[in-house]
Write a protein that binds this ligand. Structure first.
Ligand SMILES: C[S@@+](CC[C@H](N)C(=O)[O-])C[C@H]1O[C@@H](n2cnc3c(N)ncnc32)[C@H](O)[C@@H]1O
Length: 230
């Protein structure tokens, strides 16, 4: 059987952004990202002016633009070229480029103060996730922050249903019905085991919210995680 390649993911996400069956990002920043940025400023005393931010799997750049408005120097990448064109057309002064998370980044070590991963890397299988993490934490400065919002398995009946009824090649992952998009919902144990090698957990909380898919609303669980590189 053919391995799911980066090209398959690219096509799947580009198709999704054309058809907008599942993902409708809007232009406003994501609320959990805004809360994280507020915490960074108030609780950690981080100055946002000139902060170097990498938005991994940035979609249309809605969170990149928010950080840019706060004075940060923002770079965003995504595998889907159509959504990167949309971001570039909104404002050409930001740096957006097409890139697969599992490939090497063109930046030097310790280039960024903050990485955003807002429901992006949960599309990767475990092998690609390892490559992504190695590269991401290479370009993040020691003491730098990561905001991670990712899918949670515990308490998410829809995730369990999808793993059973629409399984992807990797055990514990599913394919979103009608698409080639794969997703991995994590247990807390898995998340802690994956990230502890790279970072300290400053906050981890579970959050439920409703997402729309094919005109129906589904209750989904997410991890909201604040990390600091060791
Ligand atoms: C649910 S969207 C979230 C977008 C954005 N982070 C936001 O919050 O608006 C997930 C994004 O991850 C991107 N993505 C998925 N797999 C990727 C990969 N291998 N490399 C780069 N981007 C990827 C998708 O194209 C999509 O834009």
């Amino acid at each position: 059987m053919r391995k799911n390649s980066g090209r398959d993911f690219k096509n799947a996400w580009e198709k999704e952004y054309e058809e907008k069956k599942l993902v409708n990002l809007g232009t406003e920043p994501q609320e959990d990202t805004k809360r994280f940025v507020k915490w960074l400023r108030k609780d950690r005393g981080v100055i946002l002016e000139n902060l170097k931010v990498l938005d991994a799997g940035c979609g249309n750049g809605r969170n990149s633009f928010y950080l840019h408005e706060q004075g940060s120097v923002t770079t965003g990448y995504d595998i889907a070229s159509n959504v990167i064109s949309e971001a570039k057309n909104r404002d050409r002064s930001l740096n957006f480029f097409v890139h697969d998370m599992s490939d090497e980044l063109k930046f030097a070590d310790d280039s960024f103060d903050l990485v955003l991963d807002v429901t992006s890397s949960n599309s990767l299988n475990s092998k690609d996730r390892q490559k992504y993490l190695k590269e991401t934490f290479r370009v993040l400065k020691s003491g730098g922050y990561m905001f991670l919002k990712t899918l949670c398995l515990e308490g998410d009946e829809n995730a369990k249903y999808l793993i059973k009824n629409s399984p992807a090649k990797e055990v514990g992952m599913y394919k979103l019905p009608g698409t080639e998009i794969t997703e991995k919902p994590f247990t807390e144990k898995e998340i802690r085991e994956i990230y502890i090698e790279y970072a300290d957990f400053l906050k981890i909380e579970k959050k439920f919210s409703y997402t729309r898919m094919n005109n129906r609303s589904y209750k989904r669980a997410f991890w909201i995680i604040y990390l600091q590189k060791k």
